[in-house]
Design a protein around this ligand. Sequence first.
Ligand code: FPP
Length: 230
Amino acid sequence: MKGDSLQQSRARHVAIIMDGNGRWAKQRGLPRAVGHQRGVEAVRRLVRSLEPTGLECLTLYAFSSENWKRPDEEVDDLMNLMRRFIKSDLEEFVANKVRLKIIGDWRALAPDIVAMLEDALARTAEGKRTLAVALNYGGQHEIARAAAKAAAEGDVTIETIAAHLDTADLPPLDLLIRTSGEIRLSNFLLWQAAYAEMLFVETLWPDFEPAHLAQALDDFARRERRYGGR
Ligand code: FPP
């Protein structure tokens, strides 16, 4: 219907490529690990600010399937940050009704992390707003897995592939933000980004504040979305 596709004012689902932790640390003469720690603090601030945004889902790219190529020490740092984050913040998620969701091949992570995540998923299952964390995630692989499942069921269409994506139970992606001035998707949510708005900001991830998200949501509310129509 004409007009139907125009202007959807409030975002339901925002995804963020959290980039720039390394540069943030380098600018200050600090180890990269400190940049990642400050990155986790930015995550925490944002999750605490979710309620007033009205967002139903925030999806964060925490570890890509390509990130294994980083030096072992950095991979270990990131995995340890994940362990600590779940340990320190799980109770707060439960109290604030944040539902945790993990996308990607996260079951291939270290067994203790898988066990922690399974526990966290179970304990937050009744949450009202979703924090989706992409772990060992690659968009092409997600699409290939979903297409293979659709094929095994004998019906490969846009709808059947979408129904098998890791994000099948989430609202459509409205806005994809990347920090640190890089302008690429880096294999994140390739399918879901088909009609999403994009926002590339110069801010390095550790400096990203709830006010930046609020501004992005404000800008989004003013954009006119056409989904290929006129
Ligand atoms: C990009 O910065 C960031 C990452 C590869 C990891 C993102 C991870 C976190 C913010 C912490 C873990 C998250 C959670 C949810 C606990 P970069 O290292 O590529 O920065 P650079 O491009 O400046 O080097």
